[in-house]
Ligand binder design. Structure first.
Ligand code: SAH
Length: 262
């Protein structure tokens, strides 16, 4: 049998941020019918594996190389298996999925992607805030500090900070000092509010609120070193004086509603 004859498929599933109820219905159904699961054990809540049929083989990809992961996929799909590749949050953010897609394309193995709730949105939910406030910011920048994986120079945090848009910074809480420095260098005032949400939606969720002046010390005190979102921008400040929405303004006419005279 050649690879082209493989009858199985790989389904990439966004596991959501942690709370097992935050996987999508579609993702959950894929897990239910999976013949094999490869999950990112460092971040995915293992409770989700309880959705699988009893005895389904599961592999923690934290211990595997890309080559080992794709070998499992090739061999499994050759046997006709449906393999779920479970990634934390949404697979399209820092998921290292593209290299898997490219491999599967080359091997002519069928695959699809089911999105998930990214931790960036679980973090906003945890602190009950909105990134896009009229008059404050209509843009959310999702980014990270350069680490062992480099970030293109044109996307340096200090450069993105110049926009003063709402920002969510992944993979960076271990170096709060550099985050704060880059944000200040980019022009955010020291009084800018900033929130660190660790393990959003998990029972251990922790919320640390401060300003660019105070946050580094607070995060150090709390001992948060990983799995946290850093949210920054004036959308966090209750006193920022945002404008109310046009959409729900009684005087504003749009496709679905006739506004009254002001
Ligand atoms: N694809 C994932 C991100 C993977 S990169 C997503 O969409 O959320 C891993 C980074 O995501 C972590 O360093 C952290 O910044 C963030 N992260 C993942 N889960 C998190 C959670 N429950 N709470 C806060 N941040 C989280």
């Amino acid at each position: 049998m050649s690879l082209k004859d493989s009858k199985g498929e790989v389904i990439f599933v966004g596991a959501g941020p942690g709370d097992p109820e935050l996987i999508t219905v579609k993702g959950s159904r894929a897990l239910e019918r999976a013949d094999r699961v490869i999950y990112a054990g460092s971040l995915v809540n293992p409770e989700l594996l309880g959705i699988c049929r009893k005895g389904t083989p599961v592999h923690d990809s934290a211990h595997l190389t890309l080559e080992e992961v794709v070998t499992l996929m090739t061999e499994g799909t050759m046997r006709g298996e449906t393999i779920v590749r479970l990634h934390t949050g949404d697979p399209s953010m820092y998921g290292a999925v593209k290299e898997q897609f490219d491999y599967l394309d080359k091997q002519n193995i069928a695959y699809s992607v089911i999105p998930g709730v990214s931790s960036v949105f679980a973090a906003a939910a945890a602190i009950r805030q909105e990134f896009t406030l009229p008059g404050i910011s209509q843009t959310l920048i999702l980014t990270r500090l350069a680490g062992r994986t480099p970030v293109p120079e044109r996307e340096a945090l200090s450069k993105l900070a110049k926009h003063q848009a709402s920002m969510a910074i992944f993979l960076s809480v271990q170096d709060m000092g550099s985050v704060v420095e880059a944000l200040l260098e980019g022009g955010y005032p020291a009084s800018t509010p900033i929130a660190v949400i660790s393990k959003a939606s998990w029972p251990e969720e922790e919320i640390i609120l401060g300003t660019l002046e105070t946050i580094e010390e607070k995060v150090k005190q709390a001992g948060v070193r990983k799995q946290a979102q850093i949210l920054v921008g004036d959308f966090l400040d209750p006193a920022n004086g945002y404008a109310r929405s046009k959409l729900y303004d009684p005087t504003f006419t749009h496709e679905y509603r006739q506004g009254s005279k002001p």
